[in-house]
Design a protein around this ligand. Sequence first.
Ligand SMILES: [Zn+2]
Ligand SMILES: [Zn+2]
Ligand SMILES: [Zn+2]
Length: 268
Amino acid sequence: MDKDKPIYTFQKLKTTLKELGYQIEKAEAYRPIKPVDVSIEDIKNGTIEITDEGIFFKTSDGRKHKGFMYKREYFLARYGKPRFHIRNCKIIQEFKARGLFTDKYRWANDYEVPVCDMDDNFIDKNVNILPLCKYCAEIQRSEQNDIYRNNEDFVNELKKAAPQEIMTDVDVLGYTKEWQDISRRYREKHKYTCERCGIHITDDFGYGYIHCHHRNNNKTDNREENLECLCIECHSKVDKNHETRFSKGANYVCLQNFVKKYKPRKTK
Ligand SMILES: [Zn+2]
Ligand SMILES: [Zn+2]
Ligand SMILES: [Zn+2]
């Protein structure tokens, strides 16, 4: 693999998403963080974020740190070292899908990590040079990225990298944290019911399809009389600007998914 080749940065996609109102966050420059145990809850509430760009841990100051995950408990004598994961690979997906009673993982971003040795009375032992998960390696390879031989390679890379931009999943119109709260409260008040077509969303997964629109198109004017609770389809038809905005990129994909899921029999 060509060492000088920059890792693909999705710059064009980022620019598009920025235009659509997605937030791009700056990650911190590298600093070692004390390893943390990872529960399903941590993934659900965003403390641990597993994205296409890697696995991130959010510290209490709201900053995100890139790192890796590995099995907290392992038979070190019998099986050697646990593998480390850096992507949303098959094994990490299985971990997420199995729910509560499952293997225990830790997140870390340094050379040496504590592993609870099941062959030796569950004593925490410091382990280094963990091998890379083969599924994570496959994903890396498929994207023509460098394959890390071990976590030392990976941490070296983290240390070298300049502070990176990370994309966060927020409401399409979520420009600020404050706006996200206003929008959520307004949509809750309207029970996630579209004020134009009347569709009523009742499942957690569907709430994102109900938007909060600014009637006068001034996105800083958050007075309640200026807001309108709209399903993504009605929102996309508000005016020419909206039509354009929802005709491409992430918005378009969301709109198509919504129609397929909630309005499959629509004929007109
Ligand atoms: Zn993996
Ligand atoms: Zn609607
Ligand atoms: Zn709007």
